[in-house]
Design a protein around this ligand. Sequence first.
Ligand code: 13P
Length: 253
Amino acid sequence: MANNMKYFIGNWKMFGVSKSISILSKINKFVKSDKKFNKKYRTVITPPNTLIESYAKFFLNQKISIGAQNCYHKDNYGANTGSVSALMIKNVGAQYMIVGHSDNRTEGDTDAMLKSKVENSLNNKLKVILCVGENKIDKKKNRTFKVLKKQIVNVLEKKFNYKDVIIAYEPIWSIGTGKIPEPKDLLKTTIFIKKILKNIFKTSNSPAVLYGGSVDGTNISQFKRINEIDGFLIGGASKSDKKFIDIIKNYYK
Ligand code: 13P
């Protein structure tokens, strides 16, 4: 069973309006009351940009941290209609930044853009959650490791502070489908990712590697046996306080 720090990160994607804060309040209340395990894990929610400022203010110094789901690849201010930079996101109180979610890769994010997003986020003192993952065809053709290696080495550099980098391994075929990897495959993949990271950063400790894709309160029991996994990036189930709390409860059961 786990004894190092674990992350439970809820990615709301395009979900949430002001009153959805009640979901976070219930999660926060649960974590506060969970005296037995709450020092062993961190909870983070990434709402849409429209809610970051109010949520971050409300949960300042609470058990929930707020992050963003994406940023524009150029930093500071620019003539880019509709875009938001890492600096602007940090300014409204976010502490984490997701970069490279498959939703955004599909819509045109390149490795060069992602490198710039990572760098800008780190420069603005945001912790980065870099998403990587193979699609169904890559998996079928046994290209998973090749794809993951490319996604990581093309974006991360030794000069980045590895302590502020988190990887979320999210196989695309698993996102929102109810399908999850075989535990033995997931263990192998997690070890492989950590090996690449240690190599890039020349450290004996790898940055945290999370798993994401259809995690719920039931299948979490399969993941908790793999101590190499440092936490979870949770989509659908993070939109319900009950489902999100169930994942944490069942992880530590
Ligand atoms: P689901 O948990 O809904 O599969 O989503 C995973 C995800 O994409 C989180 O970023």
